[in-house]
Design a protein around this ligand. Structure first.
Ligand SMILES: Nc1nc2c(c(=O)[nH]1)N[C@H]1C(S)=C(S)[C@@H](COP(=O)(O)O)O[C@H]1N2
Ligand SMILES: [Mo]
Length: 261
């Protein structure tokens, strides 16, 4: 399933979920759906159907199915830097030109052992490298090699508590209005073997325009989930209290929370 041409609206997804259940056939027309869609109770029912579809999709695609990996010769000559410009502040600039001596990755929230990690400490953890394709909803794709620490390794260290369901990534960059970029994934995708916090791109330190010093690669999903310029990672039970409550910067502006490919 590839949808990188345009963002599918929430309504359309819900309509699709409803169609899949056969409920729409029963009800007979889309007009009814449109009326039902205004109703909060029905909407939450539909959203649970959407969640069910996601779980079903995972069942049929097998747990932890790997995204396609490519070979060195497939690596794109040009990889478009996208999204907000890099953080503008002095501390970021100084760090970027001196090997990140002051930057620390803060990991906390619903964990038994919160921690702060320097880039050196992160690089000393077990690493994984993968050559994968990045698909942006704007309609472009590019292949690169990424190396980093599997998020599962960080989880081994901080030990999420049983109530933790999502991992939220807080980033250092902002849009023109000063809103911080952030993203979230669930613990299922967080434990996926290809989900890494990358500090290298194509055998070089992660360039500033691609999210230095650390960015998420979650290869089962679209580009906007792959938070760059990560500063803090928080394990939470729910993301409804964060920013506008939809689980990410782009989700808060209408994109789907689950951007599976
Ligand atoms: N912090 C941060 N992460 C971000 C974005 C952003 O604006 N800020 N844009 C997202 C989008 S839409 C895409 S396609 C990719 C782009 O990654 P790239 O710059 O390495 O191409 O980063 C994602 N992660
Ligand atoms: Mo994107």
């Amino acid at each position: 399933m590839k949808r990188n041409s345009s963002v599918i609206s929430r309504r359309k997804i819900l309509l699709g979920a409803l169609q899949a259940t056969g409920l729409l056939l029963l009800s007979g027309c889309e007009n009814l759906f449109n009326q039902l869609h205004q109703n909060k109770k029905v909407l939450s029912l539909l959203e649970s159907v959407e969640g069910l579809n996601r779980r079903l999709l995972r069942l049929v695609t097998r747990k932890n199915k790997l995204a396609q990996e490519f070979s060195e010769k497939d690596i794109s000559r040009y990889f478009k830097p996208n999204g907000n410009p890099p953080p503008f502040n002095m501390q970021y600039r100084i760090n970027a030109t001196s090997g990140w001596p002051l930057w620390r990755l803060e990991v906390g929230g619903l964990v038994k052992q919160p921690g702060k990690f320097s880039l050196e400490e992160i690089k000393a953890l077990p690493a994984r490298a993968q050559i994968t394709r990045h698909d942006c909803v704007e309609g472009w794709s590019a292949i690169a090699k990424w190396k980093g620490v599997p998020l599962s390794e960080i989880m081994k260290l901080v030990q999420p508590q049983p109530q933790a369901r999502y991992v939220v990534f807080y980033c250092m960059d902002t849009d023109e209005e000063g809103n911080n970029f952030y993203e979230s994934i669930d613990l299922h995708d967080a434990s996926h073997p290809q989900t890494i916090l990358a500090y290298e791109m194509n055998d070089q330190p992660l360039p500033v325009q691609h999210g230095a010093p650390l960015r998420l690669r979650v290869e089962t999903q679209l580009g906007y989930k792959m938070a760059k310029y990560i500063q803090r990672v928080e394990f939470v039970a729910d993301y409804k209290q964060i920013a506008r409550g939809r689980g990410g910067y782009w989700e808060d502006r209408g994109y789907e929370w689950y951007a599976g490919i």
